[in-house]
Design a protein around this ligand. Sequence first.
Ligand SMILES: Cc1cc2nc3c(=O)[nH]c(=O)nc-3n(C[C@H](O)[C@H](O)[C@H](O)COP(=O)(O)OP(=O)(O)OC[C@H]3O[C@@H](n4cnc5c(N)ncnc54)[C@H](O)[C@@H]3O)c2cc1C
Length: 413
Amino acid sequence: MSTIVIGGGIIGLTTAYHLAREGHPVSVVDARKSGLGASDVNAGWVVPAVSGPVPAPGMVLASMKWMLRRDSPLSIRPSVHPDFVRFMLGMWRHSNARDYRRGFEAHLRLAAGSMEMLDEYLADGLDFEMHDGGLLLAFLDEAHLEHYADDLELVGGHGIESRVLLGDAVREQEPLLSDRVRGGIHFPGERFLDPGALVAALRLRLDSLGVEIVEGAPIDDVAVRGDRVTEVVSRGRRFGADNVVLAAGAWTGVLSRLFREPLPVRSGKGYSLDVAPMPLRSAVSLSEAKVAVTPLDGRLRLAGTMEFGELDETVDEVRVDAIRKGPAAYFRDWSTDCGSAAPQAGMRPMTPDGLPIIGRLGRLVNTYVATGHGMLGVTLAPGTAAALTDLIVRGHCSPVLEPFAASRFARGA
Ligand SMILES: Cc1cc2nc3c(=O)[nH]c(=O)nc-3n(C[C@H](O)[C@H](O)[C@H](O)COP(=O)(O)OP(=O)(O)OC[C@H]3O[C@@H](n4cnc5c(N)ncnc54)[C@H](O)[C@@H]3O)c2cc1C
């Protein structure tokens, strides 16, 4: 049973890998070089513990406040385009406690086997840097810890261990934190990895499994007969297979129209930059600054911001500067002059309810979609690939996928 995967980001590559290692012929087609953009520049956290959806209680108020600041961690580029207005209204509608909790639980179920599957990838010969030092949420204001009480109870119910650290206890956990940090939450079971190394390792392994990776080939047309896609086309070059998987990240919204099954996927741009290394024990979330800090071999990655706008990967230096300055309040002896590689941008694929879209694509019986993973593409990639492979190969629709069906948008989600 052959499959064409459109999009060679982390989601497309892991899906191709799961299919190919079961012996199925797969081709991956990417508009440019595979594994760039979001799948390369991200913070590399594998963190079911903080996998709550983006639309959360209080988000509407926070976004109003942040929209007024040029260097804020969240920006919404206003547009009167009906698709954009519908998308933002949807997101605000889902910013309530009930939807947040349901979405969080759905993510937790999808992410349940992530760590074990990443270990399997290593055992299968994929060579990438991964650390198990956990995740530390650091707070300048102790009061902000209280917002996490419900989340801790929820993740605890899914077997995720956490420790609340008040005052100096947070510095016992992470001695490089400054005295201004008043508390923290440590999740010892969470991990972080080098995302560029993971996608490179996946590409290599796909190569050895005989998967064809076609790069520089933007899909620009789709041939449909009845309820089946017969071919996808890039600049006149035609690709045919038994099945098609649409995994084009933030571009999926535009591409889905070629299939005449439009999906509300938009871009949430973020940035990362690598600075001089720091011997941190765990990945650290600078909670108020909204900056993710990842200690990788030989460098420290800083990542952040969420800009809702068009498909555009240009770098906004003002926002990057805010990321660069973020750590100053949290770490002892932080210097912004610690050498940094050029900042990079990536577009997260966002949906109005903050949940991925995984499963069959509308009326098309041989076409599947896997996108909308937002801030969680690395965390959710193994679970997505495993469940989708089960659906494509065995026709088994895991109950884990139920909240992620594309059909929810036809019902007005
Ligand atoms: C700053 C930042 C930090 C992040 N940190 C984390 C983190 O710590 N942990 C985590 O879990 N997630 C994180 N994320 C989110 C994660 O990076 C994304 O969810 C994930 O990369 C999305 O992967 P994807 O494969 O869906 O999309 P992409 O990586 O965007 O891949 C889509 C691919 O489709 C291709 N494509 C587009 N159009 C076409 C076409 N017409 N034809 C063929 N191919 C096409 C593109 O070229 C691209 O290669 C972060 C994201 C950002 C931006």
